[in-house]
Ligand binder design. Structure first.
Ligand code: GRF
Length: 231
């Protein structure tokens, strides 16, 4: 939990004020592939822009290039090819239970979690999805956006519940889909937004600015960070 206790020590007539002890939000990041969101989160945490600490990354894919990241956190592979879904989740749950994270961040994690994990970590699992939910749930979002001629797309950070890509929305970032844009170009553009808003959302969690009541986000704090204009 994120706390800011101020310790004051009275000794003879002197008051020594110790440095503020800030306990960072403990987060675990789950990946399956490149891990560019993981990198963005790790960067903002290490620069102390986000008062959170990655305690472990977990990958279901032993070949995920995101596992190459360097940092003071544990790296755990639970190879989903070696276990059936129940056994995979049992292992995942055991590991998470040992770590006791404050927040679990899915970042390009390509497995659908069952209610076993979701219930155990209720309102503590968030995900990034590359579309403006509730539109374009599921896979191949950019392909579908382009083929349907949609003019605006983006990304969403949302709570994970039992409905695929259907949990309460925490934050969104949008961009125009230009004429003749390729899937790669759109993906690149949206990924850049993901890298800004995911760390910002974690920051809001750390500052206890996000609460959820009866499946509704009680306090939505808009993320108004301006992106740098192209010169
Ligand atoms: C991102 O576009 C994310 O929205 C989606 O998968 C992609 C993974 O990117 N869930 P990365 O692994 O963080 O680079």
């Amino acid at each position: 939990m994120y706390q800011q206790p101020l310790i004051i020590c009275h000794r003879k007539n002197t008051i020594k004020q110790f440095k503020k002890i800030v306990e960072d939000l403990k987060i675990v990041v789950l990946i399956s592939g490149k891990g560019s969101n993981l990198k963005a989160i790790a960067k903002e945490c290490s620069k102390k822009n986000v008062p959170a600490r990655i305690i472990s990354i977990i990958s279901n894919n032993p070949n995920a290039s995101g596992l190459q990241i360097k940092g003071k956190f544990k790296k755990k592979v639970i190879n989903d090819k070696l276990y059936d879904k129940k056994c995979f989740e049992f292992r995942l749950q055991n590991y998470l239970a040992k770590l006791k994270p404050d927040l679990i961040c899915l970042a390009g994690f390509m497995k659908i979690l069952s209610s076993l994990i979701i219930k155990k970590w209720k309102n503590k699992i968030i995900n990034v999805h590359p579309s403006l939910l509730p539109s374009f749930k599921g896979l191949k979002t950019h392909e579908r956006v382009i083929s349907e001629g949609v003019k605006k797309s983006g990304c969403t950070i949302h709570f994970v519940n039992e409905t695929l890509d259907g949990g309460p929305i925490i934050a969104q970032g949008s961009t125009m889909v230009k004429k003749n844009m390729t899937v790669k170009e759109l993906q690149k553009k949206i990924l850049k937004i993901e890298h800004i808003i995911y760390p910002e959302v974690i920051k809001l969690f750390a500052k206890k600015k996000i609460t959820i009541k009866s499946s509704k986000i009680k306090e939505k704090t808009p993320i108004t960070k301006k992106r740098k204009k192209k010169k």
